[in-house]
Design a protein around this ligand. Sequence first.
Ligand code: PMP
Length: 362
Amino acid sequence: MKTDRIHNFNAGPAALPLPVLEAIQESFLNFAGSGMSITEISHRSKWFEAVINDAVARVKRILKLDSRHHVLFVQGGASLQFCMLPMNLLKAGDTADYVNTGTWSTKAIKEATLQGKSINVAASSEDRNFSYIPREIAFNTDAVYAHITSNNTIKGTQWAQFPSTGGVPIAADMSSDIFSRPLEMDKFGLIYAGAQKNIGPAGVCLVIIRDDLLARTPVNIPTMLRYSTYAEKNSMYNTPPCFAIYTVQLVLKWLEETVGGLDKMAELNRKKAGLLYDCMDASGFYRGTAEKESRSLMNVTFRLPSEDLEKDFVAEAAQNGMGGLKGHRSVGGCRASIYNPTPLTAVEALVDFMKTFERRHG
Ligand code: PMP
């Protein structure tokens, strides 16, 4: 690690792989011999077309997608998908299931409800403060889709296995764990993920949608809010967020060529999270907030014995070159976000610091 860079545990925007940042720096003024920056070239140029095509090809290869799947880059963040998903997929008389596992699921439910869509909350973990992932859910087999949030960034819970929905396609908000593990794509009809945690900078949202769902959009949906507009125009109906897509392309290249794909990535992610959870479980000082079987491998949330100690912990960590450890403002406590790009060495440094802090304050 370069000495002027810290160990970054931010929840999003979050750490990017150092080789990706260096590649951007290296080519920033003269991209691919064009004599222009990536931020200056036309999205219709051969240079940008190569970038977006390569990014799409990598998404397809990494997730083993087939010809039924379309890879789209949309602006408006994951939050716009809360609204676009029911807008495109649910006509009058259609229903969808939602599982409520925290803030982001609640917002997804709100946006469907605002549009007067018929949705059914099939399960919720609100009864225990969203500290777990519900099991044995009775999904409605007539639903058009079943929506889940695969990783709950704020509460630190994650679906370890995806639910059986009786053949209903899962629509998943994977903003905070996309590409962190292999996926059985047969289960999913639609996946969306804001880029700014696992795959790039803020400004673009990756959407993967299957043919049969793409065909459902009612005719009166505005052009920019229709999935088919993005599918038909290779995400370039209008000017796309070129720089964000370029960074996503570089992160995917890093994932394929340096990490070695999703199996390797998942192994590394299990190792990183394991170090932190083992440290917490061995101490009577740090207390994990998620139930054990539902723990996230991406966002490790924990409390210390008092709020004062939590403040000291975050401040001392910062003095020791570790940032982003404050929990989300809605829940307090501490959170270490350890997405794909976070190196093992950063987690090891954090565990060392946690042990030292406990010895001094415990
Ligand atoms: N879903 C999840 C799981 C998230 O973590 C976030 C952002 N933290 C969002 C949705 C909202 O994403 P955006 O800010 O890109 O709209």
